[in-house]
Design a protein around this ligand. Structure first.
Ligand code: B1M
Length: 211
């Protein structure tokens, strides 16, 4: 079991899509649950890569390749997940705020959270506050993630937070993007800020009280 988990992790980091599909199928056939594959195989590998990325020891292409490889494994597990093998532990609503079409960082954040077992509802780019509110109302997520890369659009984050908190004063937010800082996040009332996708999952887990 441990050996299988180690090779799943190593294959994720190697970015070998065909091998990860095969290993995932083998693990499922051997009775390993999708939960175990995610939590013991894929998630630790993705987290270690995220930490190396945060320290400047791993780079964007490696993160993207690992994320694609993880997606391939998750696609293989999808039928088992749908049958109830993995209940997502938390739901996150995510989007790039209105006026901003940058989505590479946001997509990385999404993949890191999915790797950590979150169900992520991605509203995509250029998302109006009203659209965030509509989706919040429908999905009742545990966490809302806002991304912005432009100094001209980070103000939109505060608008989204205020709009949703009028509906639910307890709503929880994580914000990020190159021009965002901890001081800015504190000023607009976000519950947390992460400088990169690697740290975002830790901050998100802390915000919602998950270890
Ligand atoms: Co744009 N762009 N861009 N751009 N672009 C920047 C951001 C810019 C800094 C370039 C520059 O001038 N040096 C500048 C912003 C200046 C400013 O506001 N201070 C800029 C500009 C000005 C513009 C346009 C206005 C250019 C124009 O048209 N005149 C225009 C804006 C369009 C719009 O949004 N309305 C524009 C357009 C574009 C492209 C479409 C060409 C393209 C985006 C393609 C895409 O995203 N699909 C693009 C790109 C690629 C960039 C740069 C070069 C790279 C951004 C990127 O993807 N980085 C960027 C310069 C730069 O950053 N060096 C630039 C890689 C990515 C992994 O990092 O997105 O920072 P990043 O995400 C990180 C963290 O920030 C964090 O984690 C991620 C991973 O570690 N993070 C979060 C992000 N979101 C998070 C959310 C979280 C937590 C962490 O919680 C929810």
């Amino acid at each position: 079991m441990n050996e299988r988990m180690t090779s799943l992790g190593e294959t994720l980091l190697a970015g070998d899509v065909e091998a990860i599909k095969r290993l995932t199928e083998e693990a499922l056939s051997a009775g390993t649950t999708p939960q175990a594959i995610l939590e013991k195989g894929l998630r630790p590998a993705m987290e270690s890569l995220g930490e190396r990325f945060s320290r400047g020891e791993a780079f964007l292409p490696e993160l993207l390749v690992a994320a694609e490889t993880m997606k391939a494994s998750m696609e293989v597990m999808q039928p088992a997940i749908v049958r109830g093998g993995v209940a997502p532990k938390a739901t996150m609503l995510l989007g790039t705020v209105e006026g901003d079409i940058h989505d590479i960082g946001k997509n990385l954040v999404k993949m890191m959270f999915e790797g950590a077992g979150f169900k992520v509802i991605d509203l995509d780019i250029n998302v109006k506050a009203a659209r965030f509110l509509e989706a919040y109302h429908k999905e009742r997520p545990d966490l809302v993630g806002l991304s912005s890369l432009l100094t001209t659009t980070i103000g939109e984050m505060e608008k989204v937070i205020q709009t949703i908190r009028e509906f639910d004063p307890e709503a929880k937010f994580i914000v990020g993007g190159a021009p965002v800082t901890q001081a800015f996040a504190d000023r607009i009332g976000a519950n947390g800020y992460a400088p990169d996708a690697g740290k975002a999952v830790k901050v998100g887990n802390r915000i919602i009280g998950r270890s």
